[in-house]
Design a protein around this ligand. Structure first.
Ligand code: FES
Length: 135
């Protein structure tokens, strides 16, 4: 991958088909959240954005999977996605599916990788230097 990875979490924080871990980023210039899950041993990540209406998917904080831990389920109208690929399986998600975010595990940590449309948030400006009192 061309750009350096950015830390998401420790690998052990993502349990097999457990809760997701979210972080903020910019997608086409807009602030969005992404989430990572561990599926069949592999970490996958997507924008937290339904393909039907661009609202967040999780029905409880960081809870993306259905009760059987088989599919990603949209909390709003119940669209169903494959967690392994992000493809729409059923419902109003259409052909587009979820938007993937590149991730990899490196030395026990999960990293994500920016792309042309998915970028980190700009750095928060550091606090302004204190001005010296006027003489
Ligand atoms: S907003 Fe997700 S299915 Fe409608």
């Amino acid at each position: 991958m061309a750009e350096a990875g950015l830390r998401v979490c420790r690998s052990e924080e993502l349990l097999e088909r457990g809760l997701g871990v979210q972080w903020e980023l910019r997608y086409c210039g807009m602030e969005e959240r992404a989430f990572a899950l561990r599926i069949d041993g592999r970490v996958v990540a997507y924008l937290n954005r339904c393909a039907h209406v661009p609202t967040e998917l999780d029905w409880q904080p960081n809870e993306f999977l259905d009760s059987e831990r088989k599919y990603i389920l949209c909390a709003v109208h119940g669209a169903v996605y494959s967690p392994a690929t992000g493809a729409c399986v059923m419902g109003r998600c259409g052909r587009a599916g979820l938007i993937p975010v590149a991730v990899a595990e490196v030395d026990g940590e999960v990293h994500w990788y920016p792309s042309a449309h998915i970028q980190p948030l700009p750095e928060a400006p550091s606090s302004a230097p204190e001005l010296a009192p006027a003489p």
